[in-house]
Each structure stands twice: as C-alpha cells, then as structure tokens.
Design a binder for this molecule. Structure first.
Ligand SMILES: [Zn+2]
Length: 58
C-alpha cells in the first residue's frame, strides 16, 4: 500500500534527456512522491494525464 505524499512539477534540465511517465511512456511533467511504509519513499514520474488519475485516487 503506497500513500501519495506530494506532487510537484518536473522539468528536465536542458542537458538531461527527457524523462518518461512510468505509466504510459509519454514525456514526464510531474513528480509524485509516495510513502511505501517503514519510512521508505519512492519517487515516480508521470505525465499530466496520468498524474491527474493518481490524484483522483487519493
Ligand atoms: Zn502518463
């Protein structure tokens, strides 16, 4: 069970390659941080479409 902690905008730095959404492989624009228990947090990247689905699931 993972719990959403926060979401923030994400923009790749010009020298970095684009990062991709973990759900649909579009270019990622948002970062979501999840708590997964035992003080472990996981950061995943999402596009705008998928992040809105994540937020609805709160
Ligand atoms: Zn996506």
């Amino acid at each position: 069970m993972k719990t959403l902690q926060y979401v923030k905008s994400f923009t790749a730095q010009p020298k970095q390659k684009s990062k991709f959404c973990v759900m649909c492989a579009n270019v990622a624009t948002q970062i979501a941080c999840f708590e997964v228990g035992d003080n472990v947090t996981v950061v995943e990247k999402y596009c705008d479409t998928c992040i809105s689905n994540i937020k609805k699931g709160l």
